[in-house]
Design a protein around this ligand. Structure first.
Ligand code: F6R
Length: 366
């Protein structure tokens, strides 16, 4: 049931504050402001490294997870799309742990990667939405994302729930490995706990502006998304979402890669969506944005209050303003305008948003 929404995708975007709350209640101890044992069902204290394998949006959640596990738990992480991971014959220490992220829990390539790791003796963790799935069944530890059924083919709430669970796991891993102190854990957990309220606010505040912008995007042939740090996988997720449902060609790039190729594409017909929270990379990303602007690119800046202030009177096609939040939760908060932009662009184009052409919700063929 879509309730009063036009599409399941719209409903699922707006459900995020609620489902993130569910996910948090399983992985967070709200009284102690700590990560619950559910987040550390794998003993991270002993593992020398982590391998993450998944497809599509789940892979992009895994890439963001990689940044977190490296930063908070100081664990080296190998993250790759499952269709490459499974064939690369990766030398993996058997003491390592491997995560497989999958909404459906049935994706053929992800399952094949899991079996490869199992044969090599690794500890297997499944970050899944469908608990009764093959990937869940074949794992040593299950990390349910608790997003509830996701009907829209384009993944939205499953993505932010995957991120929420991965964030809790990375903090838990950091505690086990002594790289996150008790005080740091409490501070990080408090940020996670703020998410549902912040998300509800953002969903309301950006709506009118995003709709206007979507009208402009629906007339474009190509769109470039840029980001640095965890905003880089998010740039790829933004591009993936837009192409899936609006059929507009889009690319997501690491901001620093702009001058190594894609800058050649930029002209006055090319919107460049820059995902730039005011983080430690902000200035670098803004300088890439200025390079794009100098070549006539139409800039859509997605930033926060501090970022907007630091930019001064920069000319943009639009600036989408989000609240200032801790770096840990930026990917979840910044996902919202990205999802809404793709959604409303597709609505303007009149495509079949919930069932885009050529795509299936569960990809059980290789
Ligand atoms: C994107 C999308 C796909 C899936 C991918 C993996 O919006 O939905 O890219 O993320 O097919 O599917 P699961 O997570 O079921 O393994």
């Amino acid at each position: 049931d879509k309730g009063n929404h036009r599409h399941f995708m719209e409903k699922e975007i707006h459900e995020q504050p609620e489902v993130i709350s569910h996910a948090l209640s399983a992985y967070i101890d709200f009284i102690e402001n700590k990560v619950s044992p559910a987040a550390t069902a794998i003993d991270f204290s002993r593992v020398p490294s982590l391998a993450i394998s998944a497809c599509g949006t789940a892979y992009l959640a895994g890439l963001i997870g990689k940044y977190w596990f490296e930063r908070y738990a100081r664990l080296p992480v190998e993250a790759d799309v499952a269709s490459e991971f499974r064939y690369r014959n990766i030398p993996l220490p058997k003491e390592a742990a491997a995560f497989f992220i999958s909404q459906s829990g049935e994706t053929a390539d992800t399952l094949a990667s899991l079996r490869y790791c199992r044969e090599n003796g690794l500890a297997i963790g499944a970050v899944v939405n469908a608990r009764e799935s093959t990937i869940a069944r074949e794992s040593d530890a299950i990390f349910p994302i608790l997003a509830g059924p996701e009907i829209g083919v384009a993944s939205t709430k499953a993505f932010t729930c995957q991120l929420t669970v991965l964030a809790a796991m990375a903090i838990g891993a950091g505690r086990m490995r002594g790289t996150v102190s008790e005080t740091e854990e409490q501070a990080l957990v408090r940020h996670l706990v703020e998410m549902p309220r912040l998300m509800a606010g953002v969903l309301k505040s950006v709506q009118p502006q995003v709709e206007g912008l979507a009208r402009d995007l629906s007339r474009c042939r190509d769109v470039l998304y840029l980001g640095r740090g965890t905003s880089f996988p998010l740039a790829m997720e933004g591009a993936l979402k837009l192409k899936e449902i609006s059929y507009i060609h889009a690319e997501g790039y690491a901001a620093g890669e702009l001058k190594h190729g894609p800058i050649a594409l930029i002209d006055e017909n090319m919107p460049v969506i820059v995902i730039a929270p005011f983080d430690r990379f902000f200035e670098k990303t803004v300088s890439n944005m200025q390079e794009a602007a100098a070549r006539g690119g139409r800039i859509v800046l997605i930033t926060d209050t501090k970022g907007a202030a630091a930019c001064g009177d920069l000319q943009t096609m639009a600036t989408i303003l989000l609240p200032d939040v801790d770096e840990l939760i930026q990917p979840m908060i910044f996902s919202l305008p990205i999802q809404l932009l793709a959604y409303h662009t597709a609505v303007f184009m009149g495509t079949d948003v919930d069932q885009p052409r050529n795509l299936a919700k569960s990809v059980t063929v290789e």
